[in-house]
Write a protein that binds this ligand. Structure first.
Ligand code: KIV
Ligand code: ZN
Length: 512
């Protein structure tokens, strides 16, 4: 019988640890709903003890999501574990994921604990967690750089205490595929009770090998759970990418011979949602979800694909959510067509009122742009959700003047805590003038660390999607805005980033 590969998504926990990728509770909930539509087996919703904001996010997701197991990370101590259990109370199926570092370097320099103390704490915390929740995952942090004998002792002990999943992280992305695969295999062979737990892989991408290492952990090592994130989001070079691992296992079923529960048609919607929410743009040549992933530019390739698709295509674009006909709607499209398109794209609005507002925005856009693409719709609904939840600042209107030889000037009208205000400023260009106009009122003092513009659907008629990354008092946030006018998109992105700076949430780092 074909084994099942469990897909454990950690976009909302490890992905969110990426500087600038922090998300609000409502953004996380929206992504969790999409992960449920994608049919991931486990959603790691956050690290409940790290901040009140994260606690509330885990709690909201546990209450709302019914088809996936909801998991919270927790350090190996009673307080963290109790907070995780508390946040997970409403879940249909709950998991606590507890971890402690086991590599000599981490134990000595970071934890300042002896190996015996670490072993005791690992056992004690799994025992404690097991009394609160039945499904317990244990991770020896920096597991891949740990000593084999010691790691075997720790893992044997935590399985004996009741851990049901053993996850072996390559925390720093140091592994190479064959060695990592053999590492998992050796552990499974040497730990006497290894058959009592499911083995899981968790690889970081510092050397660009997270997906390859995870696949080796599955194929050589016999792991049956993969931890991954949408778009490979995550600290430094990121985590193993969900879309790549899923499509590799599906496309090469002949080799891996594993089944998965994933609805791959929801992959693109998930990718767009995560990218638009975090402002982390997907590179055009990214496997599976990049804009060029299925584009054949050379004449020879186009000719081949027209004659027989499989000459150059190993996957079908439709299978991961790219629609065959990309022009979807226009000015004359009605509400039902709009709703149907949202459904096809896997977008579920939270209420009828949200659908109406999104439809009004769609009509507004259709008046200015003759062809509305899937990407436009996804940008529009994502922007909708951002505006709805962060009321402090909202864009109203903008006018700007620029002429060769003159210093550009902009006037921006926006609401500040419900009251309309207007800022005026000159700048180096119209975008600079507009953002200075906003700052003339807000005086946030934030430093801009990134500004990027991306044409949503490729032509000059397309909407510009702008990402602004701001830093203030140690916090880094991203704001995203879209509009056919890139100056307006920039002002929206800036206001969205300011909104996020307002919602303060200090959290402890999972690997701190
Ligand atoms: O990379 C890592 O070690 C982690 C653990 C906390 C599981 O993310
Ligand atoms: Zn990690």
């Amino acid at each position: 019988m074909t084994d099942k590969l469990i897909i454990f998504d950690t976009t909302l926990r490890d992905g969110e640890q990426s500087p600038g990728a922090s998300m609000t509770r409502d953004e996380k909930l929206r992504i969790a709903r999409q992960l449920e539509r994608l049919k991931v087996d486990v959603i790691e919703a956050g690290f409940a003890a790290s901040s009140n904001g994260d606690f509330e996010a885990v709690q909201a997701i546990a209450n709302a999501i019914k088809d996936s197991t909801i998991c919270s990370l927790s350090r190996a101590n009673d307080r963290d574990i109790s907070r995780a259990a508390e946040a997970l109370k409403g879940a249909n199926s709950a998991r606590i994921h507890t971890f402690i570092a086991t590599s000599p370097l981490h134990m000595e320099k970071k934890l300042r604990m002896s190996p015996e103390q670490v072993l005791e704490q690992a056992k004690q915390s799994v025992r404690f967690a097991r009394n609160l929740v039945g499904d317990i995952e244990f991770s020896p942090e920096d597991g891949y750089r740990s000593e084999m004998d010691f790691l075997c002792r720790v893992i044997e002990a935590v399985i004996a205490e009741g851990a049901t999943t053993i996850n072996v992280p390559d925390t720093v992305g140091y592994a190479v595929p064959e060695l990592y695969g053999n590492f998992i295999k050796t552990l499974r062979e040497r730990v006497p009770n290894s058959d009592k737990a499911i083995w899981s892989v968790h690889c970081h991408n510092d050397l660009g090998m997270a997906v390859a290492n995870s696949l080796a952990g599955v194929k050589i090592g016999g792991a049956r759970q993969v931890e991954c994130t949408i778009n490979g989001l995550g600290e430094r070079a990121g985590n193993c990418s969900l879309e790549e691992i899923v499509m590799a296992v599906k496309t090469r079923k002949d080799y891996f011979d594993l089944s998965m529960g994933i609805d791959t048609k929801q992959i693109l919607a998930a990718s767009r949602m995560v990218s638009q929410t975090t402002g982390f743009v997907v590179q055009p040549n990214k496997a599976v979800v990049g804009a060029n992933a299925f584009a054949h530019a050379s004449g020879i390739h186009q000719d081949g694909v027209l004659k027989a698709r499989d000459t150059y295509e190993i996957m079908r674009a439709e299978d991961v959510g790219w629609s065959a006909n990309k022009i979807v709607l226009g000015k004359l499209s009605g509400r039902n067509a709009f709703k149907q398109r949202l459904e096809d794209l896997g977008v579920q609005m939270n209420s009828e009122a949200d659908t109406n507002t999104a439809f009004a925005k769609f009509k507004e856009l259709a008046d200015r742009k003759s062809e509305i693409f899937d990407e436009d719709i996804l940008a529009l609904v994502s922007e909708e959700s951002l505006i709805a939840e962060n009321e402090q600042f909202a864009f109203v209107s903008l006018s700007q003047h620029s002429e060769t030889g003159e210093r550009p000037h902009a006037s921006v009208v926006f609401t500040l805590a419900g009251k309309e205000v207007r800022g005026d400023a000159h700048g180096n260009g119209p975008v600079d003038a507009s953002l200075k106009a906003i700052e003339s009122h807000v005086k946030s003092g934030a430093e801009m660390v990134l500004y990027s513009v991306n044409a949503i659907s490729g032509s000059t008629e397309s909407q510009g999607e702008v990402t602004v990354r701001l830093q203030n008092s140690g916090r880094v946030v991203n704001g995203v805005g879209s509009d056919p006018d890139i100056v307006v998109a920039s002002a929206k992105a800036y206001l969205s980033a300011l909104n996020k700076l307002q919602s303060k949430s200090d959290r402890v780092a999972a690997q701190g």
